[in-house]
Design a protein around this ligand. Sequence first.
Ligand code: C2E
Ligand code: CA
Ligand code: CA
Length: 648
Amino acid sequence: MFNVLAQYWGTIRRTFIAGNNAALKQAQLRVMIYQLPMMYGLLVVNTWGMVLPHENEIPAWQGIICPLVLTGFCFVRVLSWLRLARIRVTADDAVTLLRNSGRLAWVFSISFTAWSLSLLPHGGAAFKLHVAFYMAITVIGVIFCLMNVVKAAFTVTAIVNGALVVTFLSSGNGVFQAIAIDTSLVSMAMLVVAFTQFKNFSDLVATQGENKRLANIDSLTNLPNRRAFFASLDKQFDSAVASGGRLAVGLVDLDGFKSVNDIHGHSLGDHVLAEVASRLAQAARSTITLARLGGDEFGVLVTHDCSDAGLSQLGRSICDVFHYPVLVGEISVRLGATIGFSTYPHISRNKADLYETADYALYEGKRRSRGSVTIFSETHRNAIIRESQIAQALRSPDLASELHLAFQPIFSLERQRTVGFEALARWQSALLGTVPPGEFIPAAERNGVINGLTLALFAKALACAKQWPAHIGLSFNLSAHDFASESAVKELARCIVSSGIDPARLDFEMTETAMAKDFDQIQKTAKVLRALGCGLSVDDFGTGYSSLSYLCKLPLTRLKIDRMFVSGLKERTTAFTVVRTLLNLSRQMSLDCVVEGVETAAELQVVAALGATLVQGYYCSRPMEASAVVAFLQRENEHEAMVREAAQ
Ligand code: C2E
Ligand code: CA
Ligand code: CA
């Protein structure tokens, strides 16, 4: 009982005192737009219905002029409500319109009541009864129409019925007094019904508002969710277009969050996310919309200062929130964030593109340098266009015939001769001309055509190697995707067996990044290749993140030290120490070691002094056409013979 009363009191307060709930006002207005023209229609019809049968009993100014003026007012109001049905009304507009309507309720009630009562001195008892009936029935109709703006319904009832009751009670006529009492009782009952209905209506609006809020909020972080983010993007994009303003979309992805979940479990991961969200919310300026898009990805919408400098600064301040570890109980977690931005209208001209380009910038940032801020630029756009051209050209039915191989010698310092060649892919596309492997290999990987490309190249490499002397090895690069594909490996093995080449001459190169993929499958592939008798190298060693424990779990035969450590190699530099350490490591692990990228005699001298046994690089030879290999080896043999002769 107490609860019910408290609820009613809440509604009374909302209705009469603190009635500034914008959502409720908007909902009320939506209903009024359809009900109020009907109410004015009812007023007009009832008014004329009352005066026309009595036109001879009342003076013209009261019987014609006044109804005409009142009809005119009603007509103007109907027009203005019909106009509202066609335009978008904001919450602020709704508040103002309702306030004005409340005031007009006073004006209309007083005008109609004064006019109606002014008619009473004219005509006989039937006429007076008609006026009373007109006032009472019209008020009931008006209460119905004003059900959802109950404050106005109260105003109208109080004025019209108040005046009617006072006038009729004081008339001394028993019939009129009974009518007055009846009318006021019915009106009161109507008001109670109207009030209950209004309470239900306002509760419904409040529930809808709460549902909407819940549907747009991320319960873990209390930030707007993905749906709210895209709704906001829609709105802010449209307003930027309309006002000629700027807008930036930023996507933030946490670095290192996945391992937090893996190591400490999802419950701790949730705490970390909540803490991260509150830090991000602090870092984001108040003019920025920050939302959680899902998992460990957040989105920002920026409308102020969308310059590159402004966005970089904002991005940095977001990255800076990760300077301090996140503490959950006893556990301290170190995270980072990578951010990609894109801007309207500088870069993107539509919403979908704005989001996608921000996503691309994020992906680029993650690929190049985690913890960085990347702003999408024309260079990225050109890269996307180029990538899609490459993707298309890679689907050419003539791809296999457009591919060929160059071979670069691997030189043994001990034996002073070439011991093998590394096959390097070359592509002369009919559509795009020469495309370097650094471009088309990653593109083939992303487009899922790398396995076919590898097999086509491998068949060509085997065909060439079969022409070479039996002691010359062939090193062949495999993509991480080849290592991860059971069927590709089976096909490679089948090629080796059917070629009849001695598998001991073959060496497969894998990069460290391959190990980050499905390690179990990598291990299986490595075992298959080794079981066939082939060698297995880790390429570009020192540039990836492979842990030594991973290396130990693979049946490797060789490390290839990346050329990054060799270029400009001088004694006592960091690179010098790295090369020496890696050479020692390979010796300790009983692995061969090729030092890549040796370009000068000075570099060769340094690596030789460090104990390198195998080298590769422009100093020995640039990659050469397949047709040049045999002649190259021949020249080497002749040179060797000359040196031997001279020595004798
Ligand atoms: P990589 O496997 O490290 O190949 C060595 C790259 O270094 C080759 O570039 C070679 O031309 C270049 N190089 C060799 N000596 C020197 C030197 O002294 N100085 C300099 N600056 N560069 C030198 P290329 O042919 O452009 O190949 C680039 C990368 O593309 C390769 O790096 C490899 O990762 C990939 N790749 C090439 N062919 C294939 C292939 O058939 N399959 C796969 N999966 N990847 C391939
Ligand atoms: Ca290689
Ligand atoms: Ca390499």
